[in-house]
Design a protein around this ligand. Structure first.
Ligand code: NI
Ligand code: MN
Length: 227
């Protein structure tokens, strides 16, 4: 089955697996590059990698409107439940769960995770999706870490990697990440949303093509990739 993957900018993707819509890190309101409005986004599941505002984003509003199940770590789930939501599924790092549409495992990420009100959000994570035979690693916000090699050992079809620098890996470390993971396909994210993370994704793509065998797709917000 072909997966339809739409980038809404920053770390936000809509992954459509058949009729199921998975939304990651829905930072839409306040994202100057978002191609959509929060009140027009559909989701059956919302996956939140950590508590920072540019990832938690519109999670609560979208969950309230759509009834989507929020998947995140235990600490963020507690916070979401305390905001009055019941439709949640807590997981934690290293743990996978088989949903009706496929499996997701939380990976480590080297980052922080305070929620907007200062509540402790546990450890931040990345997502490893196993959907209809495809493996997608969404690194979310992280610095480079050598265990990306372990993640790559699973045979990654698509790696989604931050290149913005300052808050996450920059272009040089993201290139090293590609070498550790050895994905078939890679998409750069988490750049140009703010001045402090300005990067040239095409220059990065050229380097990746020169130095690795990964196929790079530079998306514009709103673009769709079929996998
Ligand atoms: Ni962050
Ligand atoms: Mn971020």
């Amino acid at each position: 089955m072909t997966l339809k993957i739409t980038w809404y900018g920053h770390a936000c993707f809509l992954i459509e697996a058949g009729k199921t819509k998975l939304l990651t890190d829905p930072f839409i309101t306040g994202n100057p590059l978002s191609p959509v409005q929060a009140d027009e986004v559909e989701a059956d599941y919302i996956l939140v990698s950590h508590g920072h505002g540019d990832h938690l984003g519109d999670t609560l509003d979208i969950a309230a409107r759509t009834g989507a199940t929020v998947i995140s770590n235990y600490e963020i789930q507690n916070w979401v439940v305390n905001q009055g939501f019941e439709n949640v599924h807590p997981q934690h790092i290293g743990g996978g769960f088989d949903y009706p549409w496929g499996r997701v495992k939380l990976t480590i990420a080297q980052h922080g995770s305070a929620l907007p009100d200062g509540t402790y959000g546990g450890n931040p994570c990345g997502f490893l999706f196993y959907i209809h035979g495809k493996k997608i690693y969404h690194a979310c916000d992280t610095g480079l870490f050598y265990d990306m090699k372990l993640i790559g050992e699973e045979g990654i079809d698509l790696a989604i990697l931050p290149i913005g620098d300052n808050f996450t890996m920059g272009p040089d470390d993201a290139l090293r990440a590609v070498k550790l993971i050895e994905p078939t396909h890679v998409i750069p994210i988490h750049y140009n949303t703010f001045d402090v993370i300005k990067q040239d994704p095409h220059a990065w793509a050229d380097k990746v093509k020169e130095e690795t065998s990964a196929k790079v797709t530079v998306m514009k917000p709103g673009d769709v990739l079929e996998l």
